[in-house]
Ligand binder design. Structure first.
Ligand SMILES: NC(=O)c1ccc[n+]([C@@H]2O[C@H](COP(=O)([O-])OP(=O)(O)OC[C@H]3O[C@@H](n4cnc5c(N)ncnc54)[C@H](O)[C@@H]3O)[C@@H](O)[C@H]2O)c1
Length: 442
């Protein structure tokens, strides 16, 4: 790992490659351009707005993260995308109905320049969608080679020096690791034999890693989190991360649950339901895709609350997650949580959370931060699974045998301490002001 001044500067353009040019991608691209034009502020983004404390609190060293580390600048970002629909980024943004027409109009000339390349797509994996902008090939191997050519061509056309890829495509059906996922040889044989266990998102992940490009998966489906691609990422020196952007309901869950546990308050039940009406919601209306989402949404509570350590408090927790497709709402999702908790002497209490969020408004800064941090990680010589980016995911991708961390605050400390190390500074233990006391006690 390179740190401090050893990390090469972010020279030249950074190409952000986006499989899927839907609500999240267009909101992300439009937002970056709006910030560049001075029309908006990048709220929600750590790379743009957050400071990082260095050394003791009393030293008052609190630079912005982007001034502390050599991150790519927004001015240097260029974009490439694939989608099964041929709409350019302006049309796709209008269709997604996340951003107001008034906000999109001044960005139209720029957004029109981003036209999706034909997708590597198969309805078998996203049953609720079908579109005309799709690659034709005899085998998955051929499709993967076409994606690699797309990447090289887009790098050339945009004049970018480096690239990252963030999967913002639809949620694919829930699948399990299969024999063809176990090592690279089996995977490449599977590509040539059209093994049904290899999904389109895995073709993109494979193409990116083969081209030396960091890859993150924003959706809940299995993608780069298979041994074959993990090993390839190590071999090629490529950082990878995933999966499923942590945004609305799950984000709040991983804020509230650590607080209840910190105060040793019990939880008997956690009922989470939500309505959403965008294209993502339509895809999730299919039981196969919903299963993938249900899986990543459900895992968070047990890892945070640790019922095996606290059976009295969390041993009987009933956790129910429900997603309902409700078209009138579009991207303006609404979620309700009913949390049945208990305290002193077992007396019951309830918490009700009603979050009227905007899914893509929460996801866009996550895409930006992931793009910039993955690019930084690559220049710092980090490779393989980047567990320090768990902060951004519902179901953090970790090395086999590691326990994923879901507590947002622990994830945040880990993220920032990794940034401190990358910047050549000491990690912060939050004990520094008490150190004199420790000396006395010793
Ligand atoms: N807050 C959030 O919005 C949030 C949070 C977590 C995860 N996600 C995930 O992010 C992804 C994108 O969300 P969205 O709201 O933008 O969805 P969306 O439906 O608006 O956009 C997804 C796009 O991907 C395209 N697509 C599907 N398969 C493809 C393929 N093989 N190649 C290229 N394009 C393909 C679709 O045509 C669609 O335009 C979804 O999987 C969603 O579950 C979103």
């Amino acid at each position: 790992m390179r740190t401090g001044t050893q990390i090469p500067p972010a020279q030249g353009k950074l190409l952000v490659l986006l499989p899927g040019l839907g609500a999240v991608s267009t909101t992300f691209i439009a937002g970056v351009e709006a910030v560049r034009q001075g029309r908006a502020r990048p709220f929600g983004s750590l790379t743009q707005m957050q400071t990082i404390r260095l050394g003791r609190r009393s030293e008052h060293r609190n630079p912005l993260i982007r001034d502390f580390l050599p991150l790519a600048r927004l001015e240097d970002l260029v974009f490439g995308a694939w989608d099964i629909f041929p709409d350019d980024a302006y049309e796709a943004a209008l269709r997604a109905q996340v951003l107001d027409k008034n906000d999109l109009e001044p960005l139209e000339p720029f957004l029109r320049t981003i036209r999706p390349m034909p997708a590597a797509f198969d309805r078998q994996y996203v049953r609720r969608l079908d579109g005309p902008n799709v690659k034709q090939a005899r085998s998955k191997w051929e499709l993967a080679q076409m994606l690699r050519e797309d990447i090289r061509r887009t790098l050339e056309e945009t004049g970018a020096q480096r690239a990252v890829m963030i999967w913002c495509g639809s949620t694919e059906v829930h699948t399990h690791p299969a024999p063809c996922h176990q090592d690279l040889e089996a995977f490449e044989r599977g590509l040539k034999n059209n093994d049904p266990a290899i999904t389109p998102s895995q073709l993109y992940a494979y193409a990116a890693i083969q081209e030396g490009i960091p890859y993150a998966n924003g959706a809940p489906n299995l993608s780069a989190d298979i041994p074959a691609l993990e090993a390839l990422a190590e071999e090629k020196g490529v950082p990878i991360a995933g999966k499923d952007f942590k945004t609305g309901q799950t984000f709040l869950k991983t804020v509230i649950a650590p607080g209840l546990k910190a105060r040793m308050l019990g939880v008997r039940g956690w009922f989470s339901t939500n309505i959403l009406g965008n294209r993502d919601g339509a895809v999730l209306d299919d039981p196969g895709s919903f299963q993938a989402k249900e899986f990543t949404k459900s895992g968070v509570l047990s890892t945070i609350l640790q019922p095996e350590l606290y059976p009295e408090l969390y041993g009987d927790l009933y956790h129910k997650v429900d997603i309902n497709y409700y078209p009138p709402r579009g991207d303006a999702k609404e979620s309700w949580d009913n949390i049945d908790i208990f305290g002193w002497m077992g007396y019951p209490m309830q918490i009700k959370v009603n979050f009227l969020c905007r899914d893509s408004i929460l996801a866009a800064p996550v895409v930006l931060d992931l793009a910039l941090f993955l690019d930084l990680a690559a220049r710092a010589g980090l490779k393989g699974i980047q567990e320090w980016l768990s902060f951004y995911f519902k179901s953090p991708h970790v090395y086999a045998g590691h326990v994923p961390e879901h507590d947002l605050f622990i994830q945040h400390i880990r993220l920032k301490n990794t940034l401190r190390l990358l910047g050549g500074e000491e990690p912060v233990t939050h004990l520094s002001e008490d150190l004199d006391l420790y000396e006395v006690l010793r």
